[in-house]
Design a protein around this ligand. Structure first.
Ligand code: IMP
Length: 213
């Protein structure tokens, strides 16, 4: 039997036998899902939207990260009656009044690429002295009908040009305070240890590990 199938069967049996608590992460992204399951360990079984046959793109229509995260977790809780968490992240630039913020993914337009977003931001900040910025992740958790929020923030600045090949989104132009390289020039392990998402996820995990209904 192939190793991957054996691992899959072992996991299914383990979770069924021990009746581990299931929790939904409102994402279609298998990488985000795997990463969080590894961090939570065996105390919860984390399922994604595809695992519960939810194939919709839940519309993110709120004007805040908290609002968008809550829309996604509420959608799952209300339609599937399962405990659920979801995340939303934005890059907030001080001299732009917190923009692009909740619109980070579509700063340069609805179907734009990360390249377009970075280009637009670099143009907006041309000749601007204050380049302070922060990444902020908000996680919304609904468990047994109660709502909780967890936040992760990292402060830094927007560089004047792109550097680095790795990462995604605005990584090539974001430099964390106290570092002389961009997120894009860090390994993913190094970034995850200090990132906004890592901070918020660790707060969520601490809460879940100590949670009893
Ligand atoms: P999401 O809420 O995780 O989908 O993030 C929304 C948008 O914020 C992404 O499409 C990226 O443009 C940006 N973003 C989120 N996290 C990061 C990060 O760690 N590095 C760079 N850009 C990010």
């Amino acid at each position: 039997m192939p190793q991957i199938l054996r691992l899959y069967l072992w996991h299914s049996l383990f979770y069924t036998y021990y009746d581990i608590m299931k929790i939904i992460f409102a994402t279609h992204n298998p990488n985000k899902l795997r990463e969080i399951q590894e961090m939570i360990g065996n105390s919860y079984q984390v399922l994604g939207l595809n695992d519960i046959d939810c194939h919709e793109e839940i519309p993110e229509t709120a004007e805040t990260l908290e609002g968008n995260a809550l829309i996604k977790s509420s959608y799952v809780y209300d339609h599937f009656n399962m405990n659920c968490f979801s995340d939303d992240t934005g890059l907030e630039v001080a001299s732009l009044g917190g923009a692009p913020g909740v619109y980070s993914a579509r700063y340069a337009g609805e179907a734009c690429k990360a390249e377009d977003n970075m280009q637009k931001l670099l143009e907006e900040l041309q000749d601007v002295e204050n380049r302070d910025a922060q990444f902020r992740t908000v996680i919304s958790l609904i468990i047994d009908g109660k709502k909780y929020f967890f936040e992760g923030v990292v402060k830094g600045e927007i560089t004047t040009q792109k550097s680095g090949q790795d990462g995604f989104g605005y990584d090539p132009i974001f430099q964390l305070k106290g570092f002389n390289k961009t997120f894009s020039e860090m390994s993913s392990t190094e970034k995850n240890e200090i990132s906004h998402r890592g901070i918020a996820v660790r707060k969520l995990i601490d809460f879940l590990k100590n949670y009893s209904s």
